[in-house]
Design a protein around this ligand. Sequence first.
Ligand code: URA
Length: 246
Amino acid sequence: MGSRGERLQKYMARAGVASRRKCEELILAGRVTVNGQTVKELGVRIHSGDIVVCDGRTVTPEPLEYYLVNKPAGVISAVSDGRGRPTVTGLVPSRQRLFPIGRLDRDTTGLLILTNDGRLAHQLMHPRFEVDKVYRVEVKGKVTAADLKRLRTGIRLDDGVTTPAAARLVSAGDAGSIIELTIHEGRKRQVRRMMEALGHPVTRLHRCRYATLTDTGLRVGDYRALDRDEVAELEKISGKEENEGG
Ligand code: URA
């Protein structure tokens, strides 16, 4: 909750009382109090320390948590795995029900956000917001200028042509090459399929940047909490603020 507070109906919806629309109806029906006062109109904002009661029950949402994880290889990007394999949520001790925003393949290392903020996750995964995802891609064979051009133009995959990527050659040799690739889409195994289409199968894949967040200072296997400014920046990028009308 920022210094401007959070709209009452959103706070209630986050606590699982009902949908936002339904919470608005509860408010207008006079069934909600804030600090002992019945609220009769929409527009009230909740700040930390406020006590919200609906139909005699105190309303307490889960605190929202946000972590940046540098996923190791072998770990699944899911909340749980039916086959008992380690998952990213096991990397962060928390009492909240965290889930990853998006996915990395099991063998891919690098940055993933874990949160219990479903709304931010939904917004960030929407292709409309074109969040930058930067990968360090190690491949077989020598990547050529023509390959880079194709990455920048778009590559035909079985689920359609990729949107133009930014591609920078880090090193190239007959045995293998390294490129830095920035994409905005999040299709399944996208980078691996793009490189395969060019005849350069991926040998290692690491996501080193997600939106404005980089892996600097965060070793593979480690995590850290995002600070307020970082969360605010993600909200701005994802258009979350704009959709909420402030
Ligand atoms: N592209 C892939 O192919 N794999 C990932 O894990 C992420 C992007």
